[in-house]
Structure formats: C-alpha cells, structure tokens
Design a protein around this ligand. Sequence first.
Ligand SMILES: Nc1ncnc2c1ncn2[C@@H]1O[C@H](COP(=O)(O)OP(=O)(O)OP(=O)(O)O)[C@@H](O)[C@H]1O
Length: 468
Amino acid sequence: MKSTLSSLTGLRSASSWFELYAAFSTFMMLLRTAINDLIPSQVRSFITTKLESFFSNIYQSNNTASLTINRIWDESSRNNELYQAVCNYLPSRVSQSYKSLKIGKLDDCKDLMFAVDATEEVADEFEGIKFTWMLDEGSSEKERRDLDKLAFKLSFDEKHRKIAMEKYIPHVLKTYEDFKSERKILKLNSWSNGYWGENELSHPATFETLGLDPELKQRIIDDLKRFLKRKEMYKRVGKPWKRGYLLYGPPGTGKSSLIAAMANYLKFDVYDLDLNSVYSNSDLMNAMRSTTRRSIIVLEDIDCNKEVNARTLKDEENSDCDYTQDAKVEDIKVERFTLSGLLNCVDGLWSSHGEERIIIFTTNHVEKIDPALLRPGRMDMHINLSFLKAKAFRILASNYFDIRDKHPLFEQIEELLEKTEFTPAEVAEQLMRNEDPDIAFEALLKFLSEVDMKREVKKGSESSNSEN
Ligand SMILES: Nc1ncnc2c1ncn2[C@@H]1O[C@H](COP(=O)(O)OP(=O)(O)OP(=O)(O)O)[C@@H](O)[C@H]1O
C-alpha cells in the first residue's frame, strides 16, 4: 500500500516538472520573440560580439603567450630587421579587411603608404592558428613621441609556441625578403645622428642609360652577376659574401649614376654614408651593422674625409673638399674614427652580421687615397670613370633623342670628344637644352669646339709662360 502511494507521489511530481518545463519554454519563446521585435538586429549582434570577446579575453589571458618586437634592438641603436619585416608584412594582411588603417603619401615616394593603426588589433591566420598583432606606442605622451620605443606585440595561444617560433616568424621574414626582392621601389638611407634616415631611391639611372664604354659596362655587369651567383663559393672558402668597388674619376663622370644603376639592376637598397657624419669607430661599426642584407653601402668622396685622408694629406690644398667642421689637418687629433676602424669594417668584421653586401668607395682623386685602402683584396674592382668618348656618346645621344642611326654631325662631335676631355655631365647638360636633335647636336658641336679652342689657347699661354 505504502509503495503504491509513494509511486503515485512520484508520478505527480514528474508531471509537475513537465508542466514547469512547458511553462518555461513558452516564456522563453515569448521572450525571444519580444527581444527580436523590440531590439534592432545591429544592437543584438553588438551585444553578442562584446560578450564573445569578453569571454574569449578571460580564456586567453590564462593561455596566451606573447612576443615583443622592438624597433631598436639594443642600446647601440641597431635596427631590428624583424620589426621592419612586420611593418611591411602586416599592411598586406589587413589591407582587405581593415577597420582602421594608417594611410599616407610622402612627397618623395611614388606610392601610397600603409601602416597598422596603433589602436587596431590585427588578426592573422597561419596554418589554421590565430595570431594577433598590436602596435605598442607606449602609454605616456613622452613614450609616444619616442619612435625608438615603438614595438609590435604578437600574441597567440601558448600551445602554438613552437609553430610561432619555428614557422610563423620565419614566414613573416620570408614574406618581407620576397617583397624586397620583387618590389620596384628601393630605399636610399643616409646616416645622420646615429640613425639611418630612409627615403625612396628615385634615381632613374640604369645600365642601359649609362653613357659608359660598352666593354667596361659589360665587365661591371658580369662582375655583379658573378658575385650574386657565388654565395656557396664564398662560404666554402670562408670569405664574407661581399664585394668592394672603388669608383674614381673627375666630377660629373657618372659615379653616382653608376651606383644608382647598380642598385636598380640588383634591386639592392643604398646606404649612403657620409664619413663626416661619423664620430667614432663604434659609430662607424653601428652604421655598418645596421645596414640590411642585399644592400650597397656607399662611402662617397673618400679622399675628402680628414681621418682617412690624414696619413697622406700634408698641408696641401684639397680644393674639392668641403671641410665644414675644423679646417686644419693638425686639428685631426680629436678622435672621430680611424683608418684602421674603417679598414676593419671593410675587411669583414661587420660582414659577420649579414651577407650580400656591396661596398663602394668613390673619389675624384684616387692618388690621394691611403694605399692601405687600395690594397688588393680590399676593393675587388677599381673602376675608372673618365671623360666621354665616342662609344659612350652614342648611348647618350640615343637616350636623349632616341636616335638609332648615324646623325650627320656625329663624326665631327666624336672626333672632338676623342681628342678632348669633356665629362658626360657636361655633354648631357648641352643635350638637355634643345628638343630638336638637329639643333641640339649643332649646339653641342659649337660648345665643344669653343671650349676646346679656349683650352688650347690657355695651354699655349701656360707653356709659353713656363718657357720664359
Ligand atoms: N656616364 C654617364 N651617363 C649618363 N649620364 C651621366 C653620366 N655621367 C654623368 N651623367 C649626368 O651628369 C649628372 C651628374 O653625374 P653624377 O652625379 O653621376 O656624376 P659624379 O661622377 O657622381 O659627380 P660627383 O663626383 O660630382 O659626385 C647625372 O645626373 C647625369 O645626368
């Protein structure tokens, strides 16, 4: 009897549970309909997203690993190449899906520039794993003004640490390297106050447009090609993979143009190092170390630098050189940097920090350079850029007027060029003055003949003076 009663009570309570459930689901249905009717769909999705991100943050804060990629690596101000890689990599990831992106156009750049906005998190997916990037500009106003303090923060689930380090970071670097070798825009960096300032290399010179003896031009191109191909060979013989060129010749013979042509041909960035802005051996070393791979380091007018020149310069006048700081050679006791510091760099100390570099020294006065710098093995190829002769003139003529056939005035012009000394810059300037080739060549011939005549007269009077 008792057991029958208790089973009846159990039945009653099951049915009341069922009633309760039915009432609850009806209430939920009504509530859902009311919410759908009363709250607009945008507001509903906003609330859902916020709730999702709140809960995912709680989850992530316990399991997230992060990496910080600072712009400057250490106190010696060396640039962190990975930071540069991220700067280039991220805009390509967000350009299709950004909510906020920094965009700009600099007057010395052809293309629009993009950068990740500091307020925006950028999510990237790699092998099905989510990686989140954030640009950290610092929290205080002072920190925000200090560009050296910039850093990227990369966050990911800690269980993907191995993939992040072994695959994702190399993937970012590789994307950057590919981008650099494919892109058309090269950089011209100039050293000032301990930093490389960056601009676009807009010099249009190429080997095709260079008015240079065709054989010399071919030798230079072959040498560059050989250098690029020989990575393994350099490694085998234990030599740093670098190549040194000394370009010498009077002003206006195309040293800067040849450097631009080399950079455009190799797709290498240029680092232009004015030795007058280098204060010590360590400054020089920093400058060299913070250059990147696939670059050309240029030390222009090497004969004009007091330190490098000090061993050969007595008290003679160096008319082309602008010694802006202190004028006397005796004053060079203040240590800026030394020749041996420079030679150490050239000899490869710095190259253990990277490969695929070309170093170029230029001078208008090769005879004034310390022989230690010219020793075989230091500068692999000495290139004499001299006055314009007939074969190179043909290249200039075809550049300026697209003339493939012979012009009636070529013979006279070339005859004059062969027996005189005119720089390509002088001839190029004359050719620029007229758009009509007949008028331009006529004017050039007149210019060459007049200058030649004046020089002959001057020479004549000088030799008669010396005889007297
Ligand atoms: N070999 C050349 N082929 C074509 N153009 C040239 C050549 N040499 C000089 N020019 C022209 O002359 C200008 C000046 O030349 P560039 O600056 O290359 O000479 P440079 O030898 O570097 O002179 P400097 O020693 O004064 O720096 C160039 O912009 C170019 O227009």
